[in-house]
Write a protein that binds this ligand. Structure first.
Ligand code: NA7
Length: 543
């Protein structure tokens, strides 16, 4: 075995087992092969792509621009690939991922249709034993959890669902062959990104659409359009510099100079003009970067929130419906800002109704449709856009422990505890890609994936050079990092929202703000500092 070849590890099946065949798993294969390691990646789906494999609902589209939301590790790849639109659709992104897998011959290390159930570390041998849902076991010194942040669909737990005579779907498990809603009365539960992206398509096809809204969310126009060839050419000429510059930004996307002015220093007219230009431009970073304090100061945020509420009132003809669509329980940007294409406009269509299930909650699903506390709605199909057990769900579904001791479910009972979102104390040789308490979901995800995988690759190279067979995060370093992540979050408005960042969408899940919102620049500098100081907070051992 070329990599981890201590005597006790020499019988291992592989050097590295990777759980997940999405963007993170695939890049891990590519990068770790360069270290000469043997690798096996397991993917539950019958294809690679992760999020982009499962979320096939109509209108599914990335909310980060295509020229940014792509791998940077190979310049030829980024020069050659042509993105047709400003924002990539799910089919195009999946095609891109499959292209990358083929181009770099990654599939030979991927086992599809295989879900991992257990990962148990043996302290004596410094080896993980990984068990699959079919009962197969493999061993490897290193385990990488590339399990994704939004990969555990929140299964609808409504009473009576089994009695429903129509068909039902979840956005995160959408049928491959698609769904034809022609002539159907369709109900959609959920008005996050998935619901909002999907509904204009359903409204255009279905006989009738009933939107069951519990919380109104802020949505901005995506202003999607075919990619301008001139812009694309210029972006590609500057690609290398832009990718480097992206690491010196908060969200991992270059080209948005950080604002220096407070919203409260501007006049009402100035604010109106700026918000209007950002609204016309489309995209969320531009809007939230209008002023420096939109995510820090409630009064500043109120000005940006009210601008969007006014836009909703202008767009939606019926004043009562417009008011219901106006978010009123969280500052703009503290839940993931949605980018839509003609969402608010559907409420002017005769075949679309909005039902407020905050004032009259859904009681149960009946054989004919959805029953709220004040009405029953007859439906032929229900689409659940009810979200995911975000950031921790996929890890907690696996029985992860050391020699069968405390498992991750218990360890994270009060919320996730990680060091840098990369490792968990007391779980040696297990790395996470974009784990909780890293910038992951608050950044350009692929940049964060590449950063983590490169960091892990360097750590493994360091271990091989120094003949170490075990690495683990120290408890005190982890505690300090978790405290720091919480302090940074508490200095912002983020904790004011009941978001999936807070675990608030899952009944019983601990309310802990999970992403690191100090920004990509601060985070990557800290990761580098830690390495320069001899992997501060990590301990290495040899068996
Ligand atoms: P989200 O953003 O978590 O949205 C889920 C939606 O479903 C949200 O509007 C919820 O309302 C609603 N929901 C959940 N349970 C219920 C019940 N029981 N009754 C009524 N409404 C309910 O998930 P998405 O899939 O849209 O987006 C996830 C991320 O993917 C997104 O942020 C992008 O990053 C891509 P609530 O707000 O909880 O009142």
């Amino acid at each position: 075995m070329p990599g981890f070849s201590s005597e006790k590890q020499s019988n291992a099946d592989y050097d590295v087992v990777i759980v997940g065949g999405g963007l993170a798993g695939l890049y891990s294969i590519y990068r770790l092969r360069k270290l000469g390691l043997t690798i096996r990646a397991y993917e539950a789906g019958d294809g690679v792509g992760g999020t982009w494999f499962w979320n096939r609902y109509p209108g599914c589209r990335c909310d980060v621009e295509s020229m940014e939301y792509s791998y940077s590790f190979d310049d030829e790849l980024q020069q050659e690939w042509i993105w047709p639109e400003r924002y990539g659709t799910q089919p195009v992104i999946l095609e891109y991922i499959n292209h990358v897998a083929k181009r770099f011959d990654l599939m030979r290390d991927v086992q599809l249709n295989t879900r991992i159930t257990d990962a148990i570390f043996c302290e004596e041998q410094h080896l993980w034993t990984i068990t699959t849902s079919s009962g197969e076991t493999v061993t490897a010194p290193i385990c990488i959890m590339a399990t994704g942040n939004l990969s555990t669909p929140r299964k609808p737990d409504f009473r009576g669902l089994d009695d429903f005579k129509g068909d039902w779907y979840h956005t995160g498990l959408w049928p491959k062959e698609g769904v034809d809603f022609t002539g159907k009365r369709v109900g959609v539960i959920g008005t996050g990104s998935s619901g909002v992206q999907m509904m204009p398509h359903i409204a255009a096809q279905a006989e009738h659409l009933t939107v069951f809204q519990r919380t109104a969310n802020f949505s901005l126009p995506a202003r999607n359009a075919p990619l301008d060839p001139e812009k694309e050419k210029k972006h590609k000429e500057e690609y290398k510099e832009r990718r480097i510059a992206a690491y010196s930004t908060p969200f991992g996307i270059a080209g948005y100079p950080p604002p220096v002015k407070s919203a409260l220093e501007a006049t009402a007219e100035e604010r109106q003009a700026i918000y209007e230009s950002k609204w016309q431009e489309g995209g969320s970073i531009s809007y939230l970067f209008a002023y420096k304090d939109l995510l820090l100061n409630k009064s500043a945020n109120d000005t940006a929130s009210e601008f969007v509420r006014d836009k909703i009132r202008e767009t939606v003809n019926d004043p009562a419906t417009a008011e219901l669509l106006c978010p009123d329980n969280h500052p703009i940007g503290t839940k993931r800002l949605i980018l839509d294409s003609q969402y608010y406009e559907i409420f002017n269509q005769a075949n679309v109704d909005l039902v407020d299930v905050r004032s009259a909650p859904i009681q149960e699903i009946t054989e004919n449709g959805i029953k709220t506390t004040d009405n029953e709605y007859a439906l032929d199909a229900i689409a659940f856009a009810t979200g995911f057990d975000a950031m921790t769900g996929a890890m907690k579904e696996i029985n992860i422990s050391v020699d069968g001791g405390t498992n991750i479910e218990e360890q994270w009972g009060d919320g996730p505890q990680t060091y840098l979102g990369l490792m968990v104390a007391r779980l040696p040789n297990m790395f996470m890609i974009t784990g909780p308490q890293s910038p992951g979901v608050k950044s350009q995800m692929i940049l964060s994936i590449e950063w983590h995988v490169n960091w892990i690759a360097e750590c493994l190279a360091h271990m091989m050079n120094s003949n170490h067979t075990r690495v683990m995060a120290k408890e005190d370093a982890q505690r300090r990092w978790v405290d720091h992540v919480r302090e940074v979050a508490n200095s912002t408005l983020y904790p004011l929202a009941n978001s999936w960042y807070m675990g608030a969408n899952i009944p019983g899940k601990p309310r802990v703000f999970m992403p690191y919102v100090g920004g990509v620049e601060a985070y990557t500098k800290e990761c580098n500092r830690i390495v320069e100081e001899g992997y501060e907070g990590f301990e290495f051992a040899t068996n």
